[in-house]
Design a protein. Structure first.
Length: 401
């Protein structure tokens, strides 16, 4: 079968994408920043900083002879992060563009029939692929920018605050739109994401949706029953404390529920909702970001995870929580699948969140029964199934040549 070349500076699903192509017998080249494998730059990086820093770039099944690293943009990004203490969008933009320029030069030398690139890191590569008559598939990480902007503006108006800056710089937004236009096919991960592209006028035939999964080697139910206080409902939120994640509505919902509903927020704070956090000070527990193993403990100790996102392309933490046996309440714009649509709430609706929390608070046996449902449901989504569906998509695209 015809060959496939894959390139991306970050992680996302690209290491699984490369493995899927290899299992199909079609992987020509995988261009990446780092891979934790013997004889590679990533292995040296792991020795210096520890495996946890590259846990998502470790894929021992991959044939490393087909993997080429270009670490310099990524390493420069780390230097900038250490010097400034944070990463501004412009730094990400520079990193991805530098990698894409290099990857495009490599693409000129390959004989593949399909190129797979990642959103915000593929513009030049897509242009080269088009020039050479190579089919293209773009792995899209976010909803369409128009959809995101509209929903964020509606929420800002609802809360009477200024519209915060989006994750995209003006140049990055322009680049995304051009990448969407150039790619023959777009690889999506959820129905809300697909809906955003359909609303933007994209043809359904250009869109392919394959659901993600949780890593069950890290996230799994507790090995023994955990004693929990039946008089308190422990509510957990994990993610950036931002307007986009719907945090102001969650704060309001738990306030409506009273003191026997306790909220823990895990994630980095953003200045855009400081006023809401300050007004609710003392009414929630705050924990900064942590390792995945530490996060698993919080999943085990909680009664429900709430992800009231205004827009969430997938919502990894909800799938992780369910894999740990923790039921979830997610918004209608959260891409993660759930066992029943009754586990969803409308966006921008604190009252709807509070109503579901009170049901769980007042029916602890029912709440506990949802744990098994959540764990069993999450088990049907695996990396193996993801690769199998992706392989079917590869065959479909390659047969169109």
């Amino acid at each position: 079968m015809a060959g496939i070349t894959i390139a991306y500076s970050g992680v996302h699903q690209m290491y699984q994408v490369a493995l899927a192509a290899q299992e199909l017998g079609c992987l020509d080249h995988f261009f990446c920043s780092l891979i934790d494998a013997p004889g590679k730059w990533g292995a040296l990086f792991t020795k210096i900083f520890g495996r946890d820093r590259l846990v998502n770039r470790w894929r021992p099944e991959l044939d490393t002879k087909r993997v080429t690293e270009y670490p310099w943009p990524f390493l420069l990004q780390l230097i900038k992060k250490f010097s400034k203490g944070t990463l501004v969008p412009e730094v990400w933009e520079d990193t991805n563009n530098a990698f894409d320029v290099w990857a495009a030069q490599q693409l000129k030398k390959v004989d593949s029939c399909l190129f797979v690139g990642g959103e915000t890191c593929a513009l030049r590569s897509l242009e080269i692929a088009q020039e050479r008559g190579i089919k293209t598939l773009l792995d899209c990480h976010q909803v369409h920018p128009d959809f995101l902007d509209r929903v964020i503006a509606e929420a800002a108006s609802d809360l009477s605050i200024s519209v915060p800056e989006t994750i995209d710089t003006p140049t990055w937004r322009k680049q995304k739109l051009r990448e969407f236009e150039l790619a023959d096919f777009l690889l999506l991960i959820s129905e809300p994401q697909k809906r955003s592209f359909l609303e933007a006028g994209f043809s359904p035939e250009k869109l392919a949706t394959i659901t993600l999964w949780a890593d069950t080697s890290i996230f799994y139910p507790p090995p023994a029953p955990i004693n929990k206080n039946p008089n308190v409902l422990r509510v957990l939120f994990v993610g950036g404390l931002s307007l986009r994640k719907g945090v102001p509505y969650l704060l309001r919902a738990t306030e409506l529920c009273g003191s026997d509903v306790q909220l823990t927020l895990i994630g980095s704070k953003t200045s855009e909702i400081n006023d809401f956090l300050n007004k609710a000070e003392g009414k929630f527990n705050y924990v900064p970001s942590m390792t995945k193993a530490q996060l698993r403990e919080y999943y085990w100790q909680s009664d429900v995870l709430v992800l009231p996102s205004l827009v969430d392309t997938f919502g990894w933490v909800a799938m992780e929580a369910m894999a740990c046996g923790l039921p979830v309440i997610v918004s209608e714009n959260c891409g993660v699948p759930v066992p029943d649509e009754s586990w969803r709430v409308p966006i921008m609706n604190a009252e709807a969140i509070a109503k579901k929390l009170l049901i769980l608070r007042d029916n602890r046996e029912y709440c506990a029964s949802l744990s098994e449902i959540a764990a069993k449901f999450s088990q049907q989504f695996t990396s193996k199934l993801y690769r199998e569906k992706l392989q079917a998509l590869f065959k479909q695209i390659l047969l169109q040549r």
